[in-house]
Design a protein around this ligand. Sequence first.
Ligand SMILES: C[S@@+](CC[C@H](N)C(=O)[O-])C[C@H]1O[C@@H](n2cnc3c(N)ncnc32)[C@H](O)[C@@H]1O
Length: 262
Amino acid sequence: MTKKVLGTVYLVGAGPGDPDLLTVKATRLISQCGALVYDSLVPLEILELAPKSAELRFVGKRRGHHSVPQVKTNKLLVELAKRYEVVVRLKGGDPFVFGRGGEEAAYMQRNGVDVKVVPGITAGIAAPAYLGIPVTHRFAGSSVTFVTGHEGVDQQRPEVDWRGLATSSSCLVIYMGIHNLEYIVQELILGGMDPATPSIVIQQGTVVGQRYIKTPIFSLLKNVADKKFVSPSIVMIGSVVDYQVDSCFSEPAKVTMPISFD
Ligand SMILES: C[S@@+](CC[C@H](N)C(=O)[O-])C[C@H]1O[C@@H](n2cnc3c(N)ncnc32)[C@H](O)[C@@H]1O
């Protein structure tokens, strides 16, 4: 006979790094949790909101190591839900934006575990916002696409039609795109995007260490390589980049990342 599952697993968005961007609901659940399961991009200042007695489990990627396999994380969450009433599965940004939150939620449901989602502020909106760049602007088109540049590694996901996106979306916000930029830019230009289209790369948005470079896409790759941009970075492409309002700049937060960023 399976043991009755006691707890609820909360898939909680931790936001993009600055602890001030944590939602009130996320803060409350973290401070009440019995167990906290977290990824690489969650700063220490957020983990410290958990009770001293909470069981903290890291399942992200360490430098030079693979992240904990998804299936192991899923099983861990079920096990913890048998022991604790409140299990927080804390994810950078928003759990449902390139965060495998959907997979974890479905697994909890299949295994009879109560599961709830607490949305977080996604990096693709927050990183540009801290630099005064809106993801949409009335004078810069009418659409924005959140897209992963990491596809292909995960064979289950269909390939991104970059050539199609070149003309179908006014603004592209690319997650995990830094290592695949050569291909992405080449495909966008082949798909009809003007090589002079503005772009910005933002590394470590919202936290100290934040840096960025603005450049037309034809020189994006060279700039990123010359200035040694690394992960985690958001790449934003579209004329909306030119609508930056300097006086909107927000001070990046001083945080300690328990696990190296790259
Ligand atoms: C696995 S995805 C997770 C996205 C997350 N769920 C979200 O909603 O922001 C990780 C990618 O998000 C982006 N990212 C996350 N935090 C970031 C930050 N503080 N600054 C820039 N990019 C960030 C990077 O592209 C990074 O490679």
